[in-house]
Design a protein around this ligand. Structure first.
Ligand code: SF4
Length: 323
């Protein structure tokens, strides 16, 4: 019987789903992603996670819960480090335990670690371990599946660099083609930017005003790294580095008309990275700029009011065309 492997639609999903989907499908497993976030999923996440977890961690608990009776196992790998010399965020390291011991009635959770800081071959080892856990034991087939997955990952990243959001690439929905009236940088973690329930359709609302949105995932990592060299100390949190490098690039670039920062209440990384960006923007950035903070209680009305204020700021800066 084909094994059904569940993938929660949260956290690493918007970075690595095409990779893991190709790998498991090529091996012969059936891949079952959880549905898009809903109020019920969020409520279950809030119910089953600890109070001081950040919003994305709570959402992931809800997604794991939604898969509990649909799959034979759930993949929640322990992503300790995915870039040489860097860590992602401590919450990613503890995620498998948080979910396993908080959400009831789950099938086995596959929590294989990926730690590139400790071992450069960690990813390969992890893929073999996952395959063996799922009872696929043919080394040639595993190796072929890894190659297919890496190719899918490269194709996914290339499409995102062209300006398509990861969720639209995953779903195979074509990106926008017509010319925008303004371009802004939208800074935030992928699981905030691309989960339209969590962010109350932020990207859609911006695009409806003919605003082109550039997110950190669409910016060349070399450019991000270059801009992080300006920092007085090396940033060793990958997620914080991506935010800071992208924001500094946008602030330096005359092709952008403004910048929005989307942060989650309770995010430890944002309390450092977001604070740094905010200070730099207040000191040096002369274009429209705003921080939007969300948690599980954020309502559409307050959020839209803030957004309207940002549109007003943009309009004041666009003399010949209005959004
Ligand atoms: S980076 Fe922030 S939002 Fe993301 S998992 Fe860590 S604490 Fe949560």
């Amino acid at each position: 019987m084909t094994v059904r492997a569940g993938i929660p639609r949260g956290m690493y999903y918007y970075k690595y789903y095409p990779f893991i989907r190709s790998f498991l499908t090529e091996l012969g497993a059936e891949v079952v992603p959880s549905p898009e976030t809903t109020k019920e999923i969020l409520d279950k996440g809030v119910l089953y996670s600890i109070d001081d977890a950040c919003l994305p961690v709570k959402v992931l608990h809800g997604h794991a819960y939604s898969l509990r009776d649909k799959v034979d196992c759930i993949l929640i790998p322990r992503l300790t480090s995915v870039s040489k010399g860097e860590y992602i965020c401590p919450k990613f390291g503890g995620l498998p335990e948080m979910v396993k011991y908080s959400v009831p009635d789950l099938p086995p959770v596959i929590d294989t670690e990926v730690n590139l800081k400790k071992n450069r071959n960690s990813l390969m080892k992890a893929m073999y371990k996952i395959a063996f856990t799922l009872k696929f034991r043919n080394p040639a087939r595993i190796s072929k599946s890894i190659k297919t997955a890496l190719k899918a990952h490269e194709g996914f990243k290339a499409s995102v660099h062209e300006g398509n959001t990861p969720d639209s690439v995953i779903e195979g929905i074509p990106g926008r083609t017509h010319k925008a009236k303004a371009r802004i940088g939208l800074i935030g973690h992928p699981y905030l930017l691309y989960d339209s329930f969590v962010n109350m359709n932020l990207i859609k609302k911006l695009r409806e005003r003919d605003i082109e949105v550039i997110t950190p995932d669409m910016i060349d990592p070399h450019i991000v790294n270059e801009h992080c060299m300006e920092l007085p100390k090396r940033m060793y949190w990958s997620s914080g580095k991506s935010l800071i490098g992208s924001a500094l690039f946008i602030m330096d670039n005359s092709a952008f008309n403004g910048m929005l920062i989307l942060t989650a209440f309770g995010c430890g990384i944002d309390s450092l990275a977001g604070e740094y960006i905010d200070k730099q923007a207040r000191r040096y950035y002369k274009k429209p700029y705003m921080v939007l903070n969300i948690d599980e209680h954020t309502g559409d009305a307050g959020f839209n009011t803030r957004l309207e204020a940002f549109f007003d700021l943009l309009n004041c800066n666009l003399f010949d065309t209005k959004i």
